[in-house]
Every structure is written in structure tokens, then in C-alpha cells.
Design a protein around this ligand. Sequence first.
Ligand code: PEP
Length: 274
Amino acid sequence: MMPDADVPGHLSSIRLPLIAGNWKMHLTNEQAKAYLGRFLPALNELTRGQGGSTKRRTADVVLCPAFTALRTVIELTLDSPVRVGAQNVHQDPEGAFTGEVSVPMLVELGVSSVILGHSERRQHFSETDGALQRKVPAVLEAGLMPILCVGETEDEREAGETERKLRQQVQVDLAQVEDGLLPFVVIAYEPIWAIGTGKTATPEQAQEAIAFVRALVQGFDKEAGNQVRILYGGSCTPDNAGQFVALPDIDGSLVGGASLKAESFAAIVEAARG
Ligand code: PEP
């Protein structure tokens, strides 16, 4: 099934920079409202601050709140360029899966994207590549954009196992995606040792790993590999985000901690616009 260009979830596949904020288990509805009260004006200010400059790139912006704040954030961002993503979803459309949420439930709410395979879900909630192999196509076929997270632990990097780990995750997790839908996948390379640690990958490490991930997608389909957006994630801040998005294979950032402060997330979006 080819995605419908009018389906809002399918953001650009032409490698427009994408900045996604993962709020994790933070921000209640009330806190989300207060956040948007600061973030949306800050984002507006940045756009206006371009002073009619048509030279600046635009960037896609996605906020991923907890399930409980999705409706609030969707309603309050309707008239803005911000899209809203979930942080997880079940692979089946319905069933006896207590505590889970399905793709149709997210579609009905107006969600545009879903983070899949975050290392915290793999580590604390036993998320497997087998489940992700079903989740990625389920999300795509519903017209939503998956943001698939991959990355190695510090021990794996030190043991020279980074490429083996990335190959395993990318090849298994994307195995059931129809060729026509591959360009609409977003991949976030998130070295686990850089998440929430304040320790970022160097630009060279990030570019090398992301070029490797792109080559893996090209192995499925050359053109899709050229088109797919690949983000860096791991302790991004307003001070370091610009250096990643400037690199040839890096198309934006997945941001955890620094997305919780409206002003710092707006500054990261600004950095991505070059
Ligand atoms: C994340 O959890 O996806 C992440 C990148 O977190 P942080 O920016 O806090 O390292």
C-alpha cells in the first residue's frame, strides 16, 4: 500500500530535518499545557526571526508525550507546525493485551508518528526485534511515521560490536516493510551510552554509525536508503545539536531531557534550521 500524501502522519520523505522530542514518563496534562504555552510562541518567534529569510531550512517538529497527554497536545498544536507522536504501540490492532494501546487508537486520536524500539523499552520492558518487525509495518500501513530507535551499549562499542548490533536491529526490524513504504521510516541512531548521560557521541562516531545504517537500508532498496531520514539521539542540547544535523547523513535529532524545557527544545529546532 502506498501512503496517501494527504495523510498527515507521513511527513516529508525528502530528508527535511526532523527534530523529535521524547518526553518519556514526564509532563502531566496540566504541565503539557504550560509547556505549549511557552513552546509554541518560542517556535513562532524563531520563524518570524528568520525575517522573511527564505534561505533558512524548515524542519519537521514532533513532540512525543505520554499517552495520557496525547489528546491535549494534539488539540493545542492543531494550528501549529508541530506534529504529535506516541512513545510505543502494540503490533496487533486489538486484543486481550492489558495495558497496551493499538495503532487504530492512535490514528483516531490524530497521532502522526510513533517512537518504536527505544532502548528503555528494549531494556526495561523486554521489547524484542521480533515484535518490532511487526510494529514497524503496522504503523506505516496505518499512515503513521515510525521513529525506529537502534544503537549499541558501551560494552558493545568497546568490543567492536557496534556494526553487528546495528545490522541485527535494522535488518530484523525492517524485514517486513514493503519497499514502497521504506522511505517513510525514520531511524534514530541512539548509542545507549549517550542517552541521558550527558556524554554525546562525537560527530565522527555519529556520522560513521549513521552512514552504516543508511547503507543497511540501501541494502533493502537503494533509493529508499537515500531517502530515509536518520536522526542522532543521545544527550542533544542547544549547544551540540547543530553539529550533528550539519553532517552529510544526519537528518535531525531525537531529544530526551532537553525536550522537557520549552526554550531549550525550541533552540534545538532553531539549530536544525541551519
Ligand atoms: C532519548 O531518550 O531518546 C534521548 C535521546 O534522551 P537524552 O536526549 O536525554 O539523552
